[in-house]
Ligand binder design. Structure first.
Ligand SMILES: NC(=O)c1ccc[n+]([C@@H]2O[C@H](COP(=O)([O-])OP(=O)(O)OC[C@H]3O[C@@H](n4cnc5c(N)ncnc54)[C@H](O)[C@@H]3O)[C@@H](O)[C@H]2O)c1
Length: 230
């Protein structure tokens, strides 16, 4: 457990991994790297998009460098168009220039677009390196868990991809407060959809707590995301 995080485990035998959900978790990411024995000498690539970079990248870097890691930031344009082979090619170039090796880690800091793109980079660079998910949208509660990673082809979405599980998922609820209302509503509707399929009581709870959820109250949101991921 880090700080006040809710923690759950994705059970995959010796590839099981934790999901941390809570407020203020970004500042602990360096410590999680140390606790989980990520090698300090191996460079880390932080992949993020232009909107998210301005908001949170410096905090992630500060935590990692404070724990002794060398981090290179790669910023892609915000939006679905970044899930492309052209962008992957640019990221491979950045990774090579930054000296990423087989012991290295690729971090996805952003929504589902960054998660899918950075995840596919991690799955394919040197035939697979460590991958960490730091989701910053509500919708990414779905995309950051399960290991499905992909880029688009001009003829089809998500058509070039792989399964590559993260080492851990760190979901800092504080990052969600800058989300545009449209993204909040779209993400919450996915959370409720999960409940409609799996858990009627949870749907009732969402109904009773809709104002708290729309107001992004950390307690309510943390519980809802936990239930949606379980
Ligand atoms: N791999 C999977 O299992 C899976 C599952 C569902 C969806 N997806 C993929 O996820 C993608 C959609 O994800 P998304 O809805 O998160 O979109 P997104 O990643 O494009 O993010 C939406 C917008 O919000 C901005 N943003 C992100 N975090 C922010 C924050 N904290 N504050 C302010 N702005 C922020 C982004 O810059 C972007 O403009 C699609 O490409 C879809 O295919 C993948």
């Amino acid at each position: 457990m880090i700080g006040e995080a809710r923690e759950l485990t994705v059970e995959l035998g010796d590839r099981s991994y934790p999901i941390y959900i809570g407020s203020g978790l970004i500042r602990g990411v360096g410590q999680v790297f140390r606790d989980r024995d990520f090698p300090v000498q191996a460079p880390v690539l932080l992949v993020t998009d232009a909107s998210v970079a301005n908001l949170f990248a410096a905090k992630v870097e500060e935590s990692l460098t404070g724990a002794g890691y060398h981090v290179t930031r790669a910023v892609v344009p915000s939006g679905e168009n970044s899930k492309s082979l052209e962008m992957l090619d640019q990221l491979v170039e950045t990774a090579l220039k930054a000296g990423l090796d087989r012991q290295s880690t690729v971090i996805a800091l952003g929504g589902g677009v960054v998660g899918d793109l950075a995840g596919f980079l991690a799955a394919s660079y040197m035939r697979g390196v460590r991958f960490v998910q730091m989701p910053t949208t509500i919708l990414a509660h779905d995309s950051s868990v399960g290991g499905k990673v992909a880029v688009n082809h001009r003829l089809a979405k998500n058509i070039i991809g792989a399964f590559h599980q993260p080492e851990f998922v760190l979901y800092d609820l504080d990052t969600l407060s800058s989300l545009p209302t449209r993204e909040v509503r779209a993400g919450l509707s996915e959370v409720i959809k999960h409940g409609l399929i799996w858990n009627k009581e949870f749907v009732n709870w969402c109904e009773d707590n809709v104002e708290r959820l729309l107001g992004l109250e950390p307690d309510a949101l943390g519980y809802a995301l936990y239930e949606a991921v379980v």
